[in-house]
Design a protein around this ligand. Sequence first.
Ligand SMILES: Nc1nc2c(ncn2[C@@H]2O[C@H](COP(=O)(O)OP(=O)(O)O)[C@@H](O)[C@H]2O)c(=O)[nH]1
Ligand SMILES: [Mg+2]
Length: 220
Amino acid sequence: MEINVVRHILHANNQVAAENRRDLATHHITAVNLMSSPGAGKTAILERTLEALRGRVRAGIIEGDITTTLDAERLARFDFPTVQINTEPFGGDCHLSASAIRGALAQLPLPDLELLFIENVGNLVCPAEFDIGETAKVVVLSLPEGEDKPLKYPLMFRESKACLLNKMDLATVLGTDVDRLREHLRRVNPGLKVIPVSARTGEGMTEWLAWLDDLRAGKA
Ligand SMILES: Nc1nc2c(ncn2[C@@H]2O[C@H](COP(=O)(O)OP(=O)(O)O)[C@@H](O)[C@H]2O)c(=O)[nH]1
Ligand SMILES: [Mg+2]
């Protein structure tokens, strides 16, 4: 019985995700679903990204959090249309659902957008289970989380098209074995595009922005 209920929820989610995907396609919008553990650096990477895209690309932002508008406030200075989703009034979900995104899309000026960034709720498991109609899922893994995380939480790495290895500026002090981490990522998803970055120093941002261009061109 319980399994049926879960199946029903996922089926309903996938139907709404398909509607989102249709609407995004109608407006030629590329949507990036940014996922990670809390604190990996999603918002920091978005700050760097929006800084670079300002005046060049018409982007929109959907910010997902259980509560607070803190991240949306950090991004407000870039002046891109932003919608905050808080999941607390709906039971404090640990992920964004397709219907939450559906509500946010209705509040965005879709005809004016080319690119949409969705910062998912910080969680290394649940967000990967939900199709929200995005063009691509992108996982941020920060070095302090440890080299073993792709093996322990494989679904998010399997579902993603790209992985941003963030906080590269800390590699030496942490003693991170980046080759081993890359090998773990390869084992879980051989097709995953891995981009080492640092939102602190700006390392890797050129490669990340080039990948975004490829995604928009349908070449990623
Ligand atoms: N050293 C370092 N710290 C970072 C980097 N990126 C983010 N942080 C810090 O990590 C913390 C969490 O970042 P935040 O962007 O809020 O992560 P989010 O929860 O994934 O959105 C903040 O204190 C950031 O300043 C980075 O590349 N290097
Ligand atoms: Mg954040």
